[in-house]
Design a protein around this ligand. Structure first.
Ligand SMILES: N[C@@H](CCC(=O)N[C@@H](CS)C(=O)NCC(=O)O)C(=O)O
Length: 210
């Protein structure tokens, strides 16, 4: 049994989706951002970064959503939602998962929390820089999907598609949302039609970009 510390629609979303896709028994603990529960000393003992997600795995906290996606894929290998070491898709899988984690997700952090990166009076410039980084990443991923899609790994759905689609969702109120890129839009449509997506929306109480 896993325990996921989450906040609706945030970086915990991909872990929650993965748990649902993998049919992995889990319980949820809501971290209320309005009361800054992510900075509570009790929560900081689990995740000293004061962010979600944190997943309790065999009694121990593990954080970083990309790491959790990789970990869950290999702990539930029978579900075949992640290429294992030695498989021909493994390199591509690691490449894109880390690309999302190292390039796209940090740019979103800069978009949503610009004052973490510089003074208040430079927030607009920070956000504009983040927007350009995000759009450049969508350009590259869309080219990849158009040539090698429709899923990130080709013909077969994997946990990586959940990660890409969560990040696409974060762009929904940006000047150019990710689903306006054709191949990205197609991927988003396929992931959004999965039962796991619909269940997560019901459980987390999400409505936007359903
Ligand atoms: N690198 C971390 C980033 C997690 C992260 O930034 N989570 C955000 C929500 S999307 C958060 O908890 N923000 C609350 C805060 O920074 O106080 C991961 O991938 O798990």
């Amino acid at each position: 049994m896993y325990t996921l510390y989450y906040s609706p629609g945030t970086a915990s979303m991909v872990v929650h989706l993965a748990l649902l896709e993998l049919d992995a028994p889990h319980e949820l603990r809501l971290i209320d951002f309005d009361s800054r529960a992510q900075k509570d000393p009790e929560y900081l003992r689990l995740n000293p970064n004061g962010v979600v997600p944190t997943l309790i795995v065999d009694g121990k906290p593990v954080y970083e959503c990309a790491a959790l996606v990789l970990l869950l894929g290999e702990r539930h290998v029978d579900k075949r939602l992640a290429p294992m070491p030695g498989s021909s898709q493994r390199g591509l899988y690691l490449q894109w998962t880390l690309h999302l984690a190292n390039t796209l997700q940090p740019a979103f952090r800069q978009w949503f929390y610009p004052t973490d990166f510089g003074p208040e009076n430079q927030a607009d410039a920070m956000r504009d820089f983040a927007r350009r980084r995000i759009e450049a990443a969508w350009d590259r991923i869309d080219v990849h999907l158009a040539a090698h899609g429709p899923y990130m790994l080709g013909a077969h759905f994997s946990l990586l598609d959940l990660y890409a689609t969560m990040l696409m969702r974060w762009s929904r109120n940006m000047p150019k949302p990710a689903d306006q890129w054709p191949a990205l839009g197609k991927l988003a449509g396929m992931v959004k039609s999965r039962p796991s997506w619909k269940r997560l929306y019901a459980i987390e109480g999400l409505t936007e970009w359903a």
